[in-house]
Design a protein. Structure first.
Length: 428
């Protein structure tokens, strides 16, 4: 479990340096359109359709460690190819499209690896420690990602494009490869090899009524998040005129705060269950985040964006570990990898569709400028729509069953006495 925290740090550097402001900035440097930007944020979710095939490999052959390391290594090589895209001699107009395609290909291997890793760690971490462990792990790797973002942000602001982005992506692949090497030092619990038919990997999760209800929540959540998420970083860079360093500071603030919030939320989840924690987290993500982004744009006060980083840590500190743990709880231990694979598949398709419609929606909202109040832009409308969808996601959670989980209202009622027991003032 300690080794997984170390490995997660290397993996987080790889993820941060191949996504977010790095990949968006790389696309902009190559002359990408809003459609490209929307797609590059959504194709990693489409890549999750490969997850069931990874589950088939794991159930038929076992050896999750070897399979995960092989798939992850191939994925890192694809990113090296993406880094050297300008040197391939392609027509400049074609480069953004090819980059999106390479992101899709690399994400296929990443998604397959992630499915195996989730089922693998579900067997390694004891049930009673799962909330606090993944809360701690998420917080620690988030801080590592914070440092990585600060380094890359400062580098990108000082070195010309596209060379700056190429260097960062190659370095990401190197860090990712180190993480793959650490796989071979992990404990891999023996699993029963199942000679089931491939279609059972797809059908077994769908036959489970409770897991099916969890899938419905996951589909809805990923769609509404990806309606707005692809254009948060472009909004920071183009509308608010933030530098890469300022964006890195925003992510650093969210990550450093997240070290505390994920640990606290993890402990709460171990006590009251994952379902109420997830319900509160999704509501806060819809209420607090889009509203602060919009307010910063309307007032011109950049400090509000940094406040949103605190809100980001509070909301996603609850959502990240809780949704992962609830997936494990609602899936049976036997054949768990196929259930995780199905969750990855359906939420991946939903996220992809959300990202696909986000670009046209933004263009449409921007075209409605004549009817909008002064200062209000298409970005603001897009964030408002996504925020409303996020804030109502708890409705889809109500029918999901989690043994021993508290009702959300009971958890909220317990806040005041818990607050008072710690000697903190309370005002009604």
């Amino acid at each position: 479990m300690r080794l997984s925290v170390v490995e997660g740090g290397f993996a987080q550097v790889f993820l941060n340096w191949t996504s977010g402001s790095v990949i968006v900035g790389y696309l902009i440097a190559l002359g990408a359109s809003p459609t490209h930007i929307g797609l590059v944020a959504s194709v990693p979710f489409l890549a999750q359709v490969a997850s069931p095939f990874a589950a088939v490999l794991a159930e038929r052959f076992g050896h999750r460690r070897v399979i995960a390391a092989t798939l992850s290594t191939i994925g890192k090589f694809v990113w090296v190819l993406a880094a050297f895209l300008p040197q391939l001699g392609l027509p400049e107009a074609l480069e953004p499209t090819v980059l999106v395609a390479l992101v899709l290909l690399g994400s296929v291997f990443q998604a397959a690896t992630g499915t195996l890793w989730a089922a693998w760690m579900g067997d390694v971490v004891p049930d009673k420690l799962r909330g606090r462990y993944f809360g701690l792990r998420t917080g620690v790797v988030g801080v590592v990602g914070m440092v990585a973002n600060l380094i890359s942000g400062a580098f990108l602001d000082r070195v010309g494009a596209p060379l700056s982005f190429q260097v960062v992506i190659v370095a990401a692949a190197v860090f990712g490869a180190i993480g793959v090497v650490l796989y071979f030092f992990h404990y891999d619990p023996p699993v029963q090899v199942v000679r089931s038919r491939s279609r059972d990997v797809f059908l077994s999760p769908l036959r489970d009524a409770n897991f099916r209800r969890f899938l419905q929540f996951g589909v809805y959540w990923q769609f509404v998040v990806l309606v707005g998420a692809p254009f948060v970083i472009p909004y920071f860079l183009e509308e608010l005129r933030m530098t890469f360093t300022q964006v890195a500071i925003w992510t650093a603030l969210a990550a450093s705060t997240g070290l505390l919030t994920t640990i606290l939320w993890g402990r709460v989840a171990d006590r009251v269950g994952n379902k109420p924690v997830l319900a509160v987290g999704t509501f806060l993500a819809g209420l607090l985040l889009p509203s602060t982004w919009i307010l910063a744009g309307l007032t011109g006060h950049l400090w509000i964006i940094y406040v949103s980083a605190i809100f980001d840590a509070i909301a996603w500190g609850a959502i990240g570990p809780a949704v992962f743990n609830l997936a494990l709880v609602t899936a049976p231990r036997q054949g768990r990898v196929s259930f995780i694979a199905m969750y990855s598949l359906v939420t991946g398709v939903a996220g992809f569709l959300g990202g696909v419609v986000s670009g046209p929606l933004l263009v449409w909202f921007q075209g409605m400028g004549g009817a909008e109040p002064s200062g209000w832009t298409g970005y603001h409308t897009l964030f408002a729509v996504s925020g409303l969808g996020r804030a109502t996601a708890w409705i889809w959670l109500r029918r999901v069953k989690e043994t021993t989980a508290w009702r959300t209202r009971d958890m909220l009622k317990a806040v005041r006495p818990a607050w008072s027991r710690n000697g903190l003032p309370w005002r009604d």
